[in-house]
Design a protein around this ligand. Structure first.
Ligand SMILES: Cc1cc2nc3c(=O)[nH]c(=O)nc-3n(C[C@H](O)[C@H](O)[C@H](O)COP(=O)(O)OP(=O)(O)OC[C@H]3O[C@@H](n4cnc5c(N)ncnc54)[C@H](O)[C@@H]3O)c2cc1C
Length: 399
């Protein structure tokens, strides 16, 4: 079954599948066990240009779009590297997509070539201890340095920031007007946001930026960390878009993130269904393959149907984004479906393998852990449903 994907996306699928085939489930499970960044496959994908797909050709990239990135991520996850979604979300998503659409010419020339050849990594610092779903309430501030008004100083705290340890650049989401002040001035709640490019290595070296990895249940191929900003100095030329008008830019970060998360969920479902069905064809109980029992076969068939529906919505959302058209509704429906089906397929694979699902000999336990968090991040399922309820069904808001 295949949607009428453009040649470019089909070529991406083929190319990423060829790289991913060199790294089996055992490779990913070992990296997870050792809490080790999968540098080998990361470098392999980078060398092949599979992270630079959406970087414009004049900066050395593939000149393609989010659709091709989503296909690349889906293919990587289908190979079993389901936590590899973090590769695609952090660097091509937060870095290349954001700068391609909103970076200044100088920022593009400075950073996009490294994103094209896979030598530069990114992270996004949005979530705070008191502002997750309610991102509007972030408190991390950026103010002009009174002694050098060409620079901003960032102060505050973030939480759960993935990939800081590998990142060269961070997209830091700050308030240049505090939430309370926007209210007092009668400005919209979304006013006063500014996004910055923070040079991570430099700020870590000068001690103004620090992080603490949070021990976590899965996705241990990279850290997710508490991050502290203690007057991190950032030159004004590192503002992404306009000062105080960052919320519009932020939506062009969050929608691709949701679409890439959706593609990861669909790829996860592909991986889990393959493991479950391979096992169910072979394993015989009571003298017949367990896959013949409709109690196992029908849930797998149902999940296959949901996976294919989610795949189409993911493609549609990515295509709309690439056309510069509104894609919020589609991104949310895709994210909801991708995250659900990835988790449900992992859970059903667990049921199918029964006792062996619990063994580290099979990758099901790893995929099960990694798939679960996708229902909560990058946006929690309830908030996605709230968007669908209010924006698509016209129901009253709870937030
Ligand atoms: C492994 C991992 C990696 C992450 N990586 C990053 C990263 O790289 N960068 C980054 O910025 N953030 C990152 N995050 C943070 C992530 O985006 C947030 O955890 C997520 O947005 C949810 O926020 P929260 O955890 O604060 O939940 P909360 O906002 O505290 O919500 C708690 C619960 O309340 C529900 N809820 C709240 N309001 C409503 C309502 N009105 N109606 C119904 N239900 C409601 C939510 O749906 C949720 O179930 C990561 C998180 C994890 C776990």
């Amino acid at each position: 079954m295949d949607f009428d994907l453009p040649e470019s996306a089909l070529a991406v699928r083929e190319g990423v599948a060829a790289v991913a085939a060199k790294y089996d489930h055992a490779y990913w499970s070992q990296c997870e066990e050792e809490h080790r960044f999968p540098q080998e496959i990361f470098d392999d994908l980078g060398r092949g240009g599979w992270f630079g797909l959406c970087v414009p050709e004049e900066y050395g990239g593939g000149g393609q779009g989010l659709l091709e990135l989503a296909v690349a991520n889906m293919t990587l996850c289908a190979s079993g590297g389901v936590a590899g979604t973090f590769f695609y979300v952090t660097t091509p998503g937060f870095g290349a997509m954001t700068l391609t659409r909103h970076g200044s010419e100088e920022q593009k020339q400075r950073i996009l070539p490294g994103l094209a050849d896979g030598t530069v990594q990114f992270c996004l610092a949005l979530t705070e201890p008191d502002a997750g779903s309610n991102a509007i309430e972030i408190k991390t501030s950026a103010r002009r340095d009174p002694d050098n008004t060409d620079d901003f100083l960032i102060k505050g705290q973030k939480i759960w920031i993935s990939n800081v340890e590998n990142a060269d650049w961070m997209v830091a989401v700050t308030r240049t007007i505090p939430a309370a002040e926007t209210k007092a001035q009668g400005l919209p709640r979304t006013a006063g946001f500014t996004l910055f490019l923070v040079d991570v290595k430099q700020a870590l070296a000068d001690g103004t930026l620090s992080y603490n990895p949070i021990p976590k249940m899965g996705s241990n191929i990279l850290h997710s960390s508490q991050v502290f900003f203690d007057d991190v100095r950032v030159p004004a030329e590192n503002v992404i878009g306009e000062v105080d008008a960052g919320f519009g830019v932020l939506w062009d970060v969050l929608n691709p993130e949701r679409i890439l998360a959706a593609s990861g969920g669909i790829g996860t479902a592909d991986a889990a269904l393959k493991i479950a069905c391979d096992y169910a064809r072979e394993r015989e109980v009571f003298g017949r393959p367990i896959g013949a029992n409709q109690g196992l076969q029908f849930p797998l068939a149902q999940l296959k149907a949901k996976t294919e529906l989610g795949r189409l919505m993911t493609y549609q959302a990515a295509w709309l984004f690439d056309q510069g058209r509104p894609c919020g509704n589609e991104a949310n429906v895709a994210k909801l479906t991708g995250a659900q089906v990835g988790w449900e397929a992992a859970n059903q694979a667990f049921q199918t393998l029964a006792g062996m699902a619990y063994s580290k000999e099979y990758p099901v336990e790893r995929i099960f852990r990694d798939a679960r968090i996708a229902k909560n991040i990058p946006v929690a399922e309830e908030l996605v449903l709230a968007h669908i309820g209010t924006a698509m069904l016209g129901l009253p808001k709870s937030y």
